[in-house]
Design a protein around this ligand. Structure first.
Ligand SMILES: [Zn+2]
Length: 249
Protein backbone atom coordinates (compact mmCIF):
# COMPACT_ATOMS: atom_id res chain seq x y z
CA UNK A 1 0.00 0.00 0.00
CA UNK A 2 2.74 2.42 1.08
CA UNK A 3 4.90 1.27 -1.75
CA UNK A 4 2.05 1.91 -4.18
CA UNK A 5 1.54 5.42 -2.70
CA UNK A 6 5.25 6.23 -3.09
CA UNK A 7 5.13 4.96 -6.63
CA UNK A 8 2.11 7.16 -7.46
CA UNK A 9 3.65 10.23 -5.78
CA UNK A 10 6.88 9.53 -7.61
CA UNK A 11 5.11 9.14 -10.92
CA UNK A 12 3.05 12.33 -10.42
CA UNK A 13 6.21 14.13 -9.37
CA UNK A 14 8.04 13.02 -12.49
CA UNK A 15 4.98 13.98 -14.57
CA UNK A 16 4.80 17.46 -12.99
CA UNK A 17 8.53 17.95 -13.53
CA UNK A 18 8.26 16.83 -17.14
CA UNK A 19 5.25 19.10 -17.84
CA UNK A 20 6.90 22.09 -16.20
CA UNK A 21 10.01 21.60 -18.36
CA UNK A 22 7.84 21.52 -21.44
CA UNK A 23 5.86 24.57 -20.30
CA UNK A 24 8.94 26.61 -19.43
CA UNK A 25 10.90 25.51 -22.45
CA UNK A 26 8.54 26.86 -25.03
CA UNK A 27 7.96 30.38 -23.74
CA UNK A 28 11.63 30.97 -23.08
CA UNK A 29 12.47 29.85 -26.60
CA UNK A 30 9.91 32.13 -28.19
CA UNK A 31 10.99 35.01 -25.97
CA UNK A 32 14.49 34.53 -27.29
CA UNK A 33 13.17 34.54 -30.83
CA UNK A 34 11.27 37.75 -30.25
CA UNK A 35 14.40 39.30 -28.83
CA UNK A 36 16.41 38.10 -31.83
CA UNK A 37 13.79 39.35 -34.29
CA UNK A 38 13.48 42.73 -32.67
CA UNK A 39 17.26 42.97 -32.76
CA UNK A 40 17.22 42.21 -36.46
CA UNK A 41 14.43 44.64 -37.30
CA UNK A 42 15.94 47.48 -35.32
CA UNK A 43 19.24 46.82 -37.08
CA UNK A 44 17.64 46.91 -40.54
CA UNK A 45 15.63 49.95 -39.54
CA UNK A 46 18.71 51.85 -38.55
CA UNK A 47 20.41 50.77 -41.80
CA UNK A 48 17.55 52.01 -43.99
CA UNK A 49 17.37 55.26 -42.04
CA UNK A 50 21.04 55.94 -42.78
CA UNK A 51 20.48 55.09 -46.44
CA UNK A 52 17.53 57.44 -46.87
CA UNK A 53 19.24 60.19 -44.89
CA UNK A 54 22.21 60.11 -47.26
CA UNK A 55 20.16 60.54 -50.42
CA UNK A 56 17.11 62.37 -49.07
CA UNK A 57 18.22 65.59 -50.73
CA UNK A 58 17.95 64.01 -54.17
CA UNK A 59 15.34 61.26 -53.97
CA UNK A 60 12.64 59.99 -51.65
CA UNK A 61 10.66 56.82 -51.11
CA UNK A 62 8.35 57.64 -54.02
CA UNK A 63 11.17 57.32 -56.59
CA UNK A 64 9.68 55.19 -59.40
CA UNK A 65 11.19 51.76 -59.91
CA UNK A 66 12.34 52.72 -63.42
CA UNK A 67 15.59 51.74 -65.10
CA UNK A 68 17.90 53.76 -67.33
CA UNK A 69 17.44 51.01 -69.94
CA UNK A 70 13.63 51.49 -70.13
CA UNK A 71 12.52 52.44 -73.65
CA UNK A 72 11.01 55.73 -72.47
CA UNK A 73 14.18 56.70 -70.57
CA UNK A 74 16.43 56.85 -73.64
CA UNK A 75 18.81 59.82 -73.52
CA UNK A 76 19.84 61.70 -76.63
CA UNK A 77 21.81 64.91 -76.23
CA UNK A 78 25.15 66.40 -77.26
CA UNK A 79 27.01 64.02 -74.92
CA UNK A 80 24.87 61.06 -76.03
CA UNK A 81 24.47 61.19 -79.83
CA UNK A 82 22.70 58.32 -81.57
CA UNK A 83 22.48 57.00 -85.12
CA UNK A 84 19.09 56.68 -86.84
CA UNK A 85 16.83 54.89 -84.35
CA UNK A 86 14.00 54.09 -86.79
CA UNK A 87 11.19 53.81 -84.22
CA UNK A 88 7.84 52.36 -85.26
CA UNK A 89 5.80 55.45 -86.07
CA UNK A 90 2.16 56.48 -85.90
CA UNK A 91 0.78 59.55 -87.65
CA UNK A 92 -1.22 61.83 -85.35
CA UNK A 93 -2.51 64.90 -87.15
CA UNK A 94 0.39 66.65 -88.84
CA UNK A 95 3.19 64.80 -87.01
CA UNK A 96 4.56 61.30 -86.45
CA UNK A 97 5.52 59.87 -83.07
CA UNK A 98 6.70 56.56 -81.63
CA UNK A 99 3.57 54.36 -81.85
CA UNK A 100 3.77 53.60 -78.12
CA UNK A 101 3.07 57.24 -77.18
CA UNK A 102 0.49 58.09 -79.87
CA UNK A 103 -2.54 57.85 -77.56
CA UNK A 104 -0.83 59.84 -74.78
CA UNK A 105 0.24 62.58 -77.21
CA UNK A 106 -3.29 62.85 -78.61
CA UNK A 107 -4.78 63.07 -75.12
CA UNK A 108 -2.19 65.69 -74.15
CA UNK A 109 -3.03 67.78 -77.23
CA UNK A 110 -6.76 67.58 -76.46
CA UNK A 111 -6.14 68.72 -72.86
CA UNK A 112 -3.87 71.54 -74.07
CA UNK A 113 -6.56 72.65 -76.54
CA UNK A 114 -9.06 72.80 -73.68
CA UNK A 115 -6.74 75.43 -72.16
CA UNK A 116 -6.17 77.23 -75.46
CA UNK A 117 -7.82 76.10 -78.73
CA UNK A 118 -4.80 77.45 -80.64
CA UNK A 119 -2.53 74.72 -79.18
CA UNK A 120 -1.17 72.51 -81.98
CA UNK A 121 1.66 70.12 -82.77
CA UNK A 122 4.60 71.75 -84.54
CA UNK A 123 6.95 68.79 -84.76
CA UNK A 124 7.29 65.18 -83.67
CA UNK A 125 9.63 62.52 -84.99
CA UNK A 126 12.48 63.85 -87.11
CA UNK A 127 15.01 61.48 -88.67
CA UNK A 128 18.71 62.18 -88.25
CA UNK A 129 18.82 62.89 -92.01
CA UNK A 130 16.06 65.50 -91.71
CA UNK A 131 17.64 67.01 -88.61
CA UNK A 132 20.88 67.45 -90.58
CA UNK A 133 19.16 69.56 -93.24
CA UNK A 134 17.12 71.49 -90.65
CA UNK A 135 20.22 72.29 -88.58
CA UNK A 136 22.21 73.40 -91.64
CA UNK A 137 19.29 75.56 -92.71
CA UNK A 138 19.26 77.30 -89.29
CA UNK A 139 23.02 77.87 -89.48
CA UNK A 140 22.65 79.46 -92.96
CA UNK A 141 19.83 81.66 -91.63
CA UNK A 142 21.93 82.88 -88.68
CA UNK A 143 24.89 83.65 -90.96
CA UNK A 144 22.62 85.54 -93.39
CA UNK A 145 21.05 87.53 -90.55
CA UNK A 146 24.46 88.45 -89.11
CA UNK A 147 27.28 88.36 -91.71
CA UNK A 148 29.89 88.91 -88.95
CA UNK A 149 29.27 85.36 -87.72
CA UNK A 150 31.54 82.62 -89.01
CA UNK A 151 30.20 79.08 -89.24
CA UNK A 152 31.23 77.96 -85.74
CA UNK A 153 29.79 81.12 -84.15
CA UNK A 154 26.55 80.61 -86.08
CA UNK A 155 26.47 76.96 -84.98
CA UNK A 156 26.93 77.94 -81.34
CA UNK A 157 23.94 80.26 -81.68
CA UNK A 158 21.80 77.62 -83.37
CA UNK A 159 22.64 75.08 -80.67
CA UNK A 160 20.74 77.14 -78.12
CA UNK A 161 17.49 76.13 -79.90
CA UNK A 162 18.26 73.25 -82.28
CA UNK A 163 20.59 70.28 -81.97
CA UNK A 164 23.09 68.91 -84.50
CA UNK A 165 22.20 65.67 -86.28
CA UNK A 166 22.20 62.65 -83.98
CA UNK A 167 21.95 64.86 -80.89
CA UNK A 168 18.26 65.84 -81.07
CA UNK A 169 15.80 63.69 -79.16
CA UNK A 170 13.24 64.24 -81.93
CA UNK A 171 14.86 61.21 -83.56
CA UNK A 172 13.54 59.03 -80.72
CA UNK A 173 9.91 59.71 -81.67
CA UNK A 174 9.32 60.51 -77.99
CA UNK A 175 9.60 64.30 -78.29
CA UNK A 176 6.90 66.68 -79.47
CA UNK A 177 6.84 70.41 -80.02
CA UNK A 178 3.49 71.78 -78.90
CA UNK A 179 2.49 75.44 -78.73
CA UNK A 180 -0.26 77.93 -79.44
CA UNK A 181 2.20 79.89 -81.59
CA UNK A 182 5.20 79.18 -83.81
CA UNK A 183 7.80 77.19 -81.86
CA UNK A 184 10.39 79.92 -81.60
CA UNK A 185 8.00 82.51 -80.18
CA UNK A 186 6.85 82.71 -76.59
CA UNK A 187 3.47 81.20 -75.82
CA UNK A 188 0.99 82.78 -73.42
CA UNK A 189 -0.43 79.48 -72.21
CA UNK A 190 2.84 77.51 -72.11
CA UNK A 191 2.97 77.44 -68.30
CA UNK A 192 -0.52 75.99 -67.96
CA UNK A 193 0.21 73.38 -70.63
CA UNK A 194 3.49 72.40 -68.91
CA UNK A 195 1.59 71.92 -65.64
CA UNK A 196 -0.78 69.32 -67.10
CA UNK A 197 1.90 67.56 -69.20
CA UNK A 198 2.89 64.98 -66.50
CA UNK A 199 -0.72 63.68 -66.41
CA UNK A 200 -0.09 62.40 -69.94
CA UNK A 201 3.48 61.21 -69.34
CA UNK A 202 5.27 64.30 -70.70
CA UNK A 203 7.75 66.71 -69.15
CA UNK A 204 8.82 70.14 -70.34
CA UNK A 205 12.30 69.01 -71.34
CA UNK A 206 14.21 72.30 -71.38
CA UNK A 207 13.20 74.40 -68.39
CA UNK A 208 14.94 77.65 -67.49
CA UNK A 209 16.19 76.06 -64.23
CA UNK A 210 17.48 73.03 -66.12
CA UNK A 211 19.73 74.90 -68.57
CA UNK A 212 22.98 74.27 -66.62
CA UNK A 213 22.17 70.54 -66.69
CA UNK A 214 20.88 70.23 -70.28
CA UNK A 215 23.01 72.89 -71.97
CA UNK A 216 19.87 73.99 -73.82
CA UNK A 217 18.00 77.25 -73.27
CA UNK A 218 14.39 77.45 -72.12
CA UNK A 219 12.01 75.95 -74.70
CA UNK A 220 8.37 76.35 -73.70
CA UNK A 221 7.22 74.12 -76.60
CA UNK A 222 9.41 71.01 -76.40
CA UNK A 223 7.88 68.11 -74.46
CA UNK A 224 9.39 64.68 -73.93
CA UNK A 225 7.49 61.49 -73.15
CA UNK A 226 8.89 59.64 -70.09
CA UNK A 227 5.73 57.94 -68.76
CA UNK A 228 3.29 59.28 -66.16
CA UNK A 229 5.12 58.05 -63.04
CA UNK A 230 8.51 59.39 -64.13
CA UNK A 231 7.02 62.65 -65.40
CA UNK A 232 5.26 63.34 -62.10
CA UNK A 233 8.38 62.58 -60.06
CA UNK A 234 10.68 64.63 -62.30
CA UNK A 235 8.34 67.63 -62.27
CA UNK A 236 7.73 67.50 -58.50
CA UNK A 237 11.49 67.37 -57.85
CA UNK A 238 12.49 69.83 -60.61
CA UNK A 239 14.77 67.27 -62.28
CA UNK A 240 15.96 67.28 -65.86
CA UNK A 241 16.13 63.90 -67.62
CA UNK A 242 19.92 63.99 -67.21
CA UNK A 243 19.57 64.49 -63.43
CA UNK A 244 16.77 61.95 -63.07
CA UNK A 245 18.70 59.19 -64.86
CA UNK A 246 21.51 59.56 -62.30
CA UNK A 247 19.03 58.53 -59.56
CA UNK A 248 17.95 55.37 -61.38
CA UNK A 249 19.71 52.01 -61.66
ZN1 LIG B 1 11.63 70.12 -80.03
Amino acid sequence: MIAAFILIVGFVGILIFFLSTLGHGKPSESTNQVAKNSGKSSQSQSKSTTKSEKSSDKKDASLPNSKTTDWDMVLVNREHPKDEMNPELTQIGNIQVDSRIAKSAEAFLAAAQAINPAEHFISGYRSVAYQTSLYNQYVEQEMAADPSLDRSAAEAKVQTYSQPAGMSEHQTGLAIDLSDVDSLNESTTAKQVAEIAPNYGFVLRFTADGTPSTGVGYEDWHFRYVGVENAKYMTAHHLTLEQYLKLLK
